[in-house]
Design a protein around this ligand. Sequence first.
Ligand code: ZN
Length: 117
Amino acid sequence: MTDLGQSWDNEVVTEYVCETCGRTEQLTQQQAYQAGWDYPPFIGSWGVVSPRTCGSCLIDTTAYWTLITQGAAAVEADERHMATIRRIVTEQPPGSIPYAGPGQAYQLDTRKLSDDG
Ligand SMILES: [Zn+2]
């Protein structure tokens, strides 16, 4: 779905939060990708549960992994995972229109993406 390397907004700096080690960095999407962050748009989608990890941490410590391997109850029992879920459902994609609310799909601002051809 994502056209890697072409549809990223390389100008916008966003805060990346590793759900496993807690590291935060202010990066553009290109910088985050090169540093090995698992984050939308190169992994998963904004507002949808998927890994949110830095380049040093593995998928098997994420809320996403716990959800698919152990189920929702295991996620709900872990406050770190619940904090991650709350952050994911309220995150704002760089260069997008505001998030419409839980359960609503993000709409990328395609006008901005198409500006430079
Ligand atoms: Zn990490």
